[in-house]
Design a protein around this ligand. Structure first.
Ligand code: NI
Length: 405
């Protein structure tokens, strides 16, 4: 079956490059992926999948169902279902690649490789659609909008895309792995990302008489410093926490003590228990500092998305499939997770899943990081992605068959 998958995918490869370049030329912002979604729906329909549009606002779902399901069976039994998730949105970045298929939409760019993900999703569906009756359940393709704004997975889940789903697989491009290779990571793949908004309320006064006021700027400085020191002294160093304040505003005039300061920040963590405890931990420290100097505060800790925790069995399944399909020299076992965030994690709150890293690097050139205006993709990754996904899905269904479920 592997050689059959490889043959079909190889035949499709020129078409996949064409599709990817089309998406790359016409990137759309998060939640506005109308043309991308329409294109996706067209390809899925013509490949014979059952398609639902406008799921999760601008998302598309394509079901590749087992043939010959009898009526009694389909009505009463749970049909096993494996979901494949890819994301479709681009970024508000002006492209600087000089490619002849560079973005034609001013100020927008596929700088995170979601054009590749969408294409790999389509290619995988096209390959599997040509293997009739070899999949004993439903393979559901989730084309998700708005990953960059961490909204799309929520929208899709709210619209019921995980109903009846047993597991979910995904992939993301990665520039430091060469095109043709994939990266496998057991356990945490990405970080949990939360936001904090902290308003410190002091009391205004004359700059010459600080003792008659409560200086919100000085107290804010204490809070920032104390939090950084407390991470190093009270958090387990094997469970990293990154807290960065990216915006701070307050004060009215050079000679007036500031009565209020507002701080905005992001909090990244990897361990689920750390993630759970962080709001209370931050609140305690802020409270202690503010109380010491007579200020009050209002802390708004907004849970963003949790860490992607890859399921060990599904990760193993994808690793084994990739080794067989690509050869062991093209598999990198990743020792370290990333502190970036990925809303694939929200699906994992409901079902087990695994995400792999798809190498898009090229030897002999600068491989710019994700979200860079010169982000460049080695298109060998398209075939690698499709073969790895399609064969992983095939192997998943073989396993389910053996378990007799
Ligand atoms: Ni991305």
């Amino acid at each position: 079956m592997l050689s059959k998958i490889q043959d079909i995918a190889t035949t499709l490869a020129p078409r996949l490059i064409e599709i990817r370049r089309h998406f790359h030329s016409y990137p759309e912002l998060s939640g506005q992926e109308y043309k991308t979604a329409a294109y996706v729906a067209g390809v899925l329909s013509s490949s014979g999948l059952r398609v639902q549009e406008l799921v999760g606002k601008t998302g598309v779902v394509g079901d590749l169902a087992r043939h010959e399901v009898s009526h009694s069976e389909s009505a009463e039994q749970h049909q096993p279902c494996l979901a494949i998730r890819v994301d479709m949105d681009a970024l508000p970045i002006q492209e600087q690649t000089n490619l002849d298929f560079a973005s034609k939409n001013i100020g927008l760019m596929h700088a995170c490789g979601h054009d590749v993900h969408t294409t790999v999703g389509l290619g995988t569906a096209m390959v599997l659609a040509q293997l009739p009756n070899s999949l004993p359940g439903t393979t559901r393709f989730l084309f998700q909008p708005a990953e960059e704004t961490a909204q799309g997975a929520r929208w899709m889940i709210r619209d019921g895309v995980l109903d009846g789903v047993d597991a979910v697989l995904g992939l993301h491009t990665f520039p430091t792995i060469l095109g043709g290779s994939v990266g496998i990571r057991y356990g945490a793949l990405t970080a949990a990302a939360d936001d904090i908004e902290l308003v410190i309320q002091g009391e205004a006064g004359h700059g010459a008489r600080p003792h008659e006021a409560v200086d919100a700027i000085w107290i804010a400085a204490q809070v920032v410093t104390t939090l950084q020191q407390a991470i190093s002294r009270t958090q387990n160093p094997l469970r990293p926490v990154v807290l960065s304040f990216g915006q701070i505003t307050g004060g009215r005039a050079p000679n007036v003590i500031a009565d209020q300061v507002r701080l905005l920040g992001t909090v990244r963590s990897l361990h689920p228990e750390t993630h759970r405890d962080l709001p209370q931990w931050i609140d305690t420290i802020v409270a202690q500092v503010c109380q010491s100097y007579g200020a009050t505060y209002d802390l708004n800790y907004r849970r963003g998305i949790p860490s992607v925790q890859n399921d060990p069995e599904l990760t193993q399944l994808m690793e084994t499939a990739a080794r067989e399909a690509l050869g062991s020299d093209r598999i990198e076992i990743l020792a370290e997770p990333s502190l970036g965030a990925e809303d694939f994690a929200l699906y994992l709150d409901h079902v087990p899943g695994a995400m792999i890293r798809l190498g898009v690097g090229t030897t002999g050139r600068t491989n710019y990081p994700l979200h860079h205006p010169k982000y460049h993709v080695n298109e060998d990754a398209l075939l690698t992605g499709v073969v790895t996904m399609a064969y992983s899905i095939y192997q998943y269904w073989q396993g389910v068959g053996k378990l007799g479920s």
